[in-house]
Structures are given as C-alpha cells and as structure tokens.
Unconditional design. Sequence first.
Length: 84
Amino acid sequence: TLLICLEMHTKSNYKEPKHEPKSKIYSILKDPFSYGEMRIKNELYPHKYQPLISKQLFNRVQEVFNGYYIKPSRYGGKPSLLLV
C-alpha cells in the first residue's frame, strides 16, 4: 500500500500533492465497487458503471490482504506483574 500511496502522490494534479493515508488505500482496495458491485446494508448489488478491474483480480488482491497478519505483541502472551 505504501507504493500505491507514493504513486498517487507523484501522479497528482495538485500543485502541492498530499500523501494519501494507507487506510484510505486499504478501504479503496477492499471496496467491491471496482469490479462492478456496490454494497448497500451489507448486501452486494450490481451497478450500472463499467467495472475498473475484473472480479478475479479483486479476489487475488483480497487473498494477498488475507495473507498478511498483524504481528503479535512482544509482551502479549506474558503475564503482567500488575495483574497478579
């Protein structure tokens, strides 16, 4: 996502382009609107606009996202002296 942020920063039309936060890029890549469906009240419906990407590509991106995980905290599994 960092590379996408940098790409958007360099290709921006603004005089002083701003960095897009990673969370915005993440939400764009998770949105099914790009392949032709819109989410309304947690249900997917087809929309009338031309899809930007194929559903297969969208699914590949989701697989990559699901492959990443948050590294567990270094102290998460150890008992705390404050809780004893």
